[in-house]
Write a protein that binds this ligand. Structure first.
Ligand SMILES: Nc1ncnc2c1ncn2[C@@H]1O[C@H](COP(=O)(O)OP(=O)(O)OP(=O)(O)O)[C@@H](O)[C@H]1O
Length: 460
């Protein structure tokens, strides 16, 4: 079936360009120029995908994301951001956006993001239907990746002390039946860690069911977790198994567990205590044997002290806790991950890129990677797509990676000469040696740039 895409973009020409490109690729595309029109369109249609600018004259992409999640929960959302807005983009991912793409981008990059997500979805739906062999069982909200970890034995363990330690913990706690709370920033690999725990356990041949608690509207959470019987509420046209039954004998991974409403927390706690569930609208109770792993990127203890998360549930979920370090804290592992993601990208895109150019290597080392492994993986994949030589050149790297961290630092630390010279060189290269553009990137005047070029005797 043709995928329906809605673009929200106030730049008419850019919107048109994206539309005709995506239509040529076989998508059905419509466009809104304002947030107001977009809201109307979202409420009236069941778009598969919404691609929205972060800044609109009358609205914000983040608010549109929330609106869309409420009125059309199945619509996936991709945000288009300006460079240096990664922090906001990461916030959007935490709120449930599928991905973000930094402007300026080429339409091929957007297509790659869309195709990667539809591929993941298809594989997932396929493996679901194979496993469950029952059409009435649907876990529509479970769009998290359920890659088979065993088929990828080469996941990176890392050489940094913190990586070695947390991987030891995974091995240690894996074979037990303890509930584990995995904490770490967004994109650090919490789901990969949960899958590893599952694979180290005796449950490994049973299902691993991942549920994104942040994506389930609280009104339907009980039916998602415990299932429902036909006719129990409007829209319940078939009996439906819930996540607990789907994970029976195996592992249930609750991602973003801090996002569960208070009422849903009580229901979950009861199910964990009694090891029994009751589908919505049914009188019969069903015994379930499920190991719970959960993950959060917020401070759950703080949520407990503020009364937002139940203390009894917190202790139940947290029989053992594992902290996954951010990529920034495990810089020694950076090049292992780069190698791994490069091989993965070459493989999936049919390319043969050997590595990073020296300048890109430098830029990667200096960047703080706020979106962690997910951001690194995306940046590498997009860059591999755009690289037509053996080594990834600076030109294909998103500007925020080249500049934001350095330029932030430069405001505080502009006196460090080598740093400054490198920064200016990077900006010049990124701007194709156009000085006006380079000055803009650096956030300095053209005159200052000329002075600096002279001061450092940069040859142009
Ligand atoms: N050890 C690893 N080796 C290779 N790839 C990894 C590893 N850990 C994570 N990844 C990759 O990094 C990306 C982010 O990982 P994952 O989805 O597990 O993060 P997360 O912390 O669960 O994110 P979120 O908080 O947004 O749910 C995924 O594409 C995953 O395949």
């Amino acid at each position: 079936m043709t995928q329906q895409i809605h673009i929200v973009e106030d730049d008419v020409a850019f919107g048109k360009m994206l539309t005709s490109f995506l239509e040529r690729k076989g998508f059905a595309v419509s466009v809104s120029l304002t947030g107001k029109n977009a809201r109307k369109a979202i409420a009236e249609n069941n778009f598969d995908l919404l691609i929205t600018d972060l800044h609109l004259p009358d609205d914000s992409g983040l608010d549109l994301l929330e609106f869309s999640q409420k009125v059309s929960p199945k619509t996936k959302v991709i945000l288009m951001t300006g460079y240096a807005e990664v922090d906001t983009a990461v916030k959007a991912i935490k709120k449930g956006a599928l991905d973000y793409i930094s402007k300026p981008f080429r339409p091929e990059e957007l297509l790659m993001v869309i195709e990667a997500e539809s591929r993941e979805l298809k594989t997932k739906l396929k493996s679901k239907s194979e496993k469950e062999n029952d059409d009435s069982v649907a876990h529509e909200n479970d769009f998290k990746s359920t890659d088979n970890f065993q088929s990828k034995p080469n996941f990176v363990v890392g050489i940094s002390e913190s990586s070695k330690k947390f991987n030891e913990y995974l091995k240690l706690v894996g074979p037990t039946d303890m509930c584990v709370l995995i904490q770490g920033e967004s994109g650090t690999g919490k789901e990969v860690a949960a899958k590893a725990i599952h694979n180290y356990s005796k449950r490994k041949d049973k299902n691993f069911v991942a549920v994104d608690c942040g994506a389930i509207p609280k009104e339907i959470a009980a039916s998602e977790f415990f299932g429902h019987v036909k006719g129990s509420f409007t829209g319940a046209v078939n009996d439906k198994k819930g996540h607990f039954e789907a994970a029976d004998g195996g592992t249930l991974f609750l991602d973003e567990v801090g996002n569960l409403s208070y009422e849903n927390q009580i229901q979950l706690l009861r199910a964990l205590q009694e090891r029994r569930i009751k589908p919505v609208g049914s009188n019969a109770e069903i015994d379930v044997d499920v190991r719970i792993l959960s993950a959060t990127n917020e401070d759950l203890q703080k949520a407990v002290s503020e009364g937002k998360f139940r203390e009894d549930l917190y202790h139940r979920l947290n029989e053992f806790s594992i902290h996954i370090p951010s990529l920034h804290e495990r810089k020694e592992d950076l090049f292992l991950f780069i190698e791994y993601f490069l091989a993965e990208a070459n493989n999936s895109l049919g390319k043969d890129v050997i590595g990073l150019s020296k300048e890109v290597e430098e830029a990667f080392k200096n960047y703080s990677w706020p979106g962690n492994l997910r951001e690194l993986k995306n940046v590498i994949k997009r860059s591999v797509l755009l690289t037509n030589s053996q080594f990834i050149p600076l030109e294909v790297i998103p500007r925020e990676v080249i500049l934001s961290e350095n330029s932030k630092r430069s405001q505080m630390d502009f006196s460090r000469e080598s740093n400054e010279k490198q920064l200016i060189l990077n900006a010049l290269k990124a701007a194709d040696f156009n000085k006006t553009k380079a000055a803009k990137l650096l956030n300095i005047t053209r005159k200052t740039l000329y002075n600096k070029i002279e001061q450092y005797q940069i040859e142009l």
